[in-house]
Design a protein around this ligand. Structure first.
Ligand code: HEC
Length: 137
């Protein structure tokens, strides 16, 4: 009897960690991006129907000093896109205004954090590539 019990407990533990249960967990920022954003956004150029995320992340890093400020701005934009608060207003002219996204706050901040983290200093707006690409628009 004791043995049967411990086998049950063990198998319960094992299935608790199996990949089949991953979907029950909160989604990561990357998973939310893939599900809710990647229809329109690529991560790196070339663009799909919206500006790619990496150069956007550079703009956020240029404009905001802390991750918290940057994330707050991204979350606010996802809830209510508008020209006045856009870090890249030219993108609105080029692609049209992004539709507001009705996602739970926890998902918005997870995906905002992921966007912020896509910043790649080697591709920075400050030098070479970023500036040049900007001028050609
Ligand atoms: C239906 C297409 C579409 C979807 C889905 C979409 N976006 Fe966008 N997004 C756009 C377009 C178009 C722009 C450029 C115009 C603008 O800024 O409104 C944009 C702009 C942005 C910007 C730049 C805002 C700024 O300040 O300039 C960020 C950041 C962003 N999107 C993140 C996301 C994230 C994160 C998701 C998913 C949770 C997402 N987008 C889903 C179309 C989309």
């Amino acid at each position: 009897m004791k043995r049967v019990l411990s086998v049950c407990i063990l198998s319960g533990l094992v299935s608790g960690f199996s990949p089949a249960n991953v979907s029950a967990k909160a989604l990561s920022g990357q998973e939310i991006f893939t599900r809710s954003c990647s229809v329109c956004h690529s991560v790196a150029p070339p663009p799909k129907a919206a500006p790619p995320i990496m150069p956007l992340a550079s703009r956020y890093h240029l404009k905001f000093r802390t991750k918290k400020e940057g994330m707050n701005q991204i979350v606010a934009y996802l809830k209510s896109p508008n020209k006045n608060s856009a870090v890249d207003p030219q993108a609105i002219t080029r692609f049209g205004l992004m539709p507001a996204l009705a996602l739970p706050d926890a998902e918005l901040s997870a995906v905002a954090e992921w966007v912020w983290d896509q910043y790649n200093p080697n591709m920075g707006m400050g030098q070479g590539m970023g500036r040049g690409a900007g001028r050609n628009r």
